[in-house]
Ligand binder design. Structure first.
Ligand code: NOJ
Length: 778
């Protein structure tokens, strides 16, 4: 309704505002999350066409600018730029009171009164921080992924934000890459499912809803395949691998309705994504039918010069706009170059108009023309304290974090621990609230996070005794410390204990000797698994390994709690720990969630969304590698097979692996038919039984192998999964419908086909231990 009145008004005025009026709109804001009915596509088109017809070239170019608040421009200058119609949107603000004056400048001062939008990197939570995406994916529970995004959207929209630069759906098969932590792992199917769930969570039923955020799927495309895991590096990849493995997650996010796409910083087969017409027009728009807005990554248009595909800013801006980069993020080139490029005729105005149309379309879809203040609200209703604890969703955070934890080892049922006796909590990450938040922790406040030490104390209460020692610094390497603290020396990410390593270890050993059980939190500081944090080693830093070794020597039961954002080399811990939990960075309620698992209030059910290599030399270790002529077969001689002779083949912990406090048994696979015709389905089923003494959940995983095809196909591919909960002794039949789509792949001509022949159906509780049956596609 409000949109229609805006249209009527726009039609009746010479220089019409692009929405009703700020005052009127902000009076109308409080519709409490009720979905807003949007006018039809043609009404949207008419509205935008009318607006574009009234815009000057400068105003159009202004809409293409996405400004980083603070980093690019101080607020007073920003307000002037917005009032002059030279800004389309901003990012990096997190409160309504920060955003209100900026929106006022847009809708009360600029000539056409076009609202701006407010974006932020809300990747795994806004004020309440959930586990990092790798952790969310470890739940193998899409309701969990969706819920984390939904809560984040509710919190962020209540802080005046309209959009998030998430989900990050880059497949990562190289743990050296620090941004592995931001994604959902190595597998096309699991990451695609996560992409869909995440977009649905952020956007709700519509990105126009006052409690929704528009999702910008990123980084398009293939960013996770950077060479050597070196951030920002090149990607050189066969079209088949691209289509089969790396592109599906972006497509899934887009098909789920994501309104935006962020373009990757890397090049793809010789052309930077930012100047890649094939990627941004032919594939994204023509082939996939994407109708939303594209934004460059930070400074990426400028970087076209450093990639060596543009000799100057003028060429860079021309390449980007022609390739299909609608908005430039934190980059001056559109502002500086586009006016003359258009005036000289070097860039046809239609490129600018098309980009502006997408930007305005996104704002329209966010509901901002109907009401620019729909998420900013009125000042009197602003939260008195944005950090108030009752604004957090602690129950959801604890529940989601428990589900993201993976039990890697549990020798002689070392876990769960009894709630009694003397427990020593040790390690550089044991009492770190900051690291618990993980990278990209949005507006999360570390002081509101629960550390592991706190979680153990709260859980044990007066039933036992908890002692603590830090035991080691994250690392003693000054070069690494300097790198990690580079951004902000006033608030260092890594604070070094001034004692010598030996003094710290001595104290920890002393504490350990007086305890019954040791819970030792080791891993990476959050900055070690972040943008620009590529590593040449997956080992625990030496300081931490030395601590573990000293603690092991005490002979006390050793429970290793890992906090990290990538697969690590866990050889030592696998052999020496009595139990080992992968907790990633578990978020605001991390300490409670980990304690719930340690003391058995929650039976772990997480599974690895990425393979853990035995050593860094073994990378890549992803499970769905292409088949080869001389594969290594366990138990057979290794000579003249594809393997490394100094160590065992295969990952240390496989994709899909994770233990429980109970045990499960999987029956042989039953198929509803031995043959399948195109258009039909085959039902594959197994019976899963809880053979242990506790109720528990596990993830039943379906893999398919194409026995012989026109091109080389993977060893196996995940095609379905179901999480089941079983009481002791209980069994359940789990069924998967295999249809033609599950058998399809991109052939040498990039046609998406299912080829007749045999298919092995493998079902199990991880990617390696499976039951198998075979059917034939006729
Ligand atoms: C650069 C990062 O690559 C991207 O993921 C992020 O969204 C932007 N900076 C904005 O913060």
């Amino acid at each position: 309704m409000r949109m229609l009145s805006a249209l009527a008004l726009a039609a009746s005025l010479a220089v019409a505002p692009a929405f009703a009026s700020a005052a009127q709109a902000s009076d109308n804001v409080s519709n409490g999350g009720v979905p807003v009915a949007m006018p039809s596509a043609s009404a949207k088109q008419r509205f935008i066409d009318d607006l574009i017809a009234r815009m000057t070239l400068e105003e159009k170019i202004g809409q293409l600018r996405l400004i980083s608040i603070g980093a690019d421009m101080p607020q007073p200058k920003l307000i002037k730029e917005i009032a002059a119609g030279r800004v389309g949107g901003t990012f990096n603000s997190v409160t309504r009171s920060e955003n209100r004056p900026l929106q006022d400048a847009a809708v009360k001062q600029s000539r056409l009164k076009i609202p701006i939008f407010f974006a932020y990197d809300i990747v795994h939570g806004h004020r309440t921080v959930f586990p990092i995406s790798l952790g969310l994916a470890s739940s193998w529970d899409m309701t969990v992924v969706k819920q984390a995004a939904r809560v984040a959207a509710q919190e962020a929209s209540a802080d005046g934000l309209d959009a998030t630069f998430a989900p990050m759906v880059d497949i990562s098969r190289d743990p050296r890459w620090g941004r592995t932590s931001e994604g959902f792992g190595e597998d096309p199917y699991l990451v695609s499912q996560s992409a869909r769930a995440s977009v649905q969570g952020f956007q709700g039923t519509s990105p126009a809803n006052p409690d929704s955020l528009m999702a910008f799927v990123k980084h398009f495309a293939l960013y996770g395949a950077v060479e050597g895991g070196r951030d920002y590096n090149v990607v050189d990849m066969s079209p088949m691998r691209m289509y089969q493995d790396y592109l599906p997650p972006y497509r899934a996010g887009i098909d789920a309705g994501a309104g935006g796409v962020m373009i990757a910083l890397n090049s793809v087969n010789g052309t930077p994504a930012t100047s890649n017409k094939w990627l941004l027009r032919d594939l994204l728009r023509d082939e996939w039918g994407f109708k939303g807005v594209t934004v460059s990554d930070h400074g990426a248009i400028e970087e076209l010069m450093r990639h060596g595909v543009a000799k100057d800013g003028r060429e860079a801006a021309k390449l980007a706009i022609e390739a299909g980069v609608d908005m430039s993020m934190a980059d001056q080139q559109y502002l500086k170059q586009l006016p003359d490029l258009v005036k000289s005729g070097d860039v046809p105005i239609r490129f600018i108009d098309d980009a502006v149309r997408e930007v305005l379309g996104a704002k329209y879809d966010m509901g901002l023309f109907a009401d620019p203040y729909r998420r900013i609200g009125n000042a009197p209703q602003d939260p008195k304290d944005v950090y108030a604890d009752d604004r957090l969703h602690r129950d959801a955070a604890r529940d989601i974090a428990r589900k993201s934890i993976v039990l890697l080892e549990n020798q002689h049922d070392a876990l769960p621990l009894k709630k009694a006796g003397k427990v020593a909590v040790i390690g550089p990450l044991a009492d770190s609230k900051l690291d618990m938040m993980g990278s990209w922790s949005a507006a999360g406040k570390p002081a509101q996070a629960v550390s592991l030490l706190q979680g153990v104390r709260d859980t044990l209460g007066d039933k036992g005794q908890v002692t603590y020692a830090r035991g080691a610094n994250i690392t003693d390497d000054p070069r690494v410390v300097e790198y990690l603290n580079f951004l902000d020396w006033d608030n260092p990410e890594v604070v070094q204990d001034k004692r010598t390593p030996q003094q710290m270890i001595d104290e920890a050993v002393q504490v350990a000797r007086n305890a019954d059980t040791l819970i030792v939190a080791v891993g990476e500081s959050r900055g070690m698994s972040h943008e620009a944090s590529s590593r040449t080693s997956l080992m625990l830093p030496g300081s931490q390994l030395a601590l573990l070794q000293a603690l092991k020597a005490t002979g006390k039961p050793l429970v290793v709690v890992l906090m990290n954002g990538r697969p690590l080399d866990l050889n030592w811990s696998k052999v020496n720990a009595d139990a080992m939990l992968e907790t990633w960075y578990a978020g605001t309620e991390g300490g409670h969630a980990i304690a719930d698992v340690l003391f058995g209030d929650y039976n772990p059910s997480g599974k690895l969304p990425i393979s853990f290599p035995r050593s860094i030399g073994q990378i890549p270790t992803y499970y769905n590698q292409l088949r080869i002529g001389r594969p290594f077969t366990p138990g057979k001689p290794a000579n003249y097979t594809s393997q490394y002779f100094e160590e065992d083949s295969g990952p240390l912990y496989a994709f899909g692996y994770g233990l429980s406090y109970t045990t499960f048994d999987v029956s042989k696979v039953k198929l509803s038919a031995k043959t399948m015709t195109i258009g039909a389905t085959v039902e594959a089923s197994v019976t899963v039984r809880n053979t242990g003494k506790r109720e528990g959940e596990t993830v039943v995983q379906l893999y398919l192998q194409d026995v012989a095809a026109s091109i080389v196909r993977p060893i196996k591919e995940l095609k379905g999964f179901q999480k089941v909960s079983l009481k002791p002794g209980e069994s359940r039949t789990v069924q998967f419908a295999i249809d033609e789509r599950s058998l399809k792949f991109y052939n040498a001509k990039l046609q998406y086909v299912a080829e007749p022949g045999d298919f092995n159906v493998q079902i199990g509780l991880d990617s390696q231990n499976v039951q198998q049956a075979t059917f034939t596609l006729k």
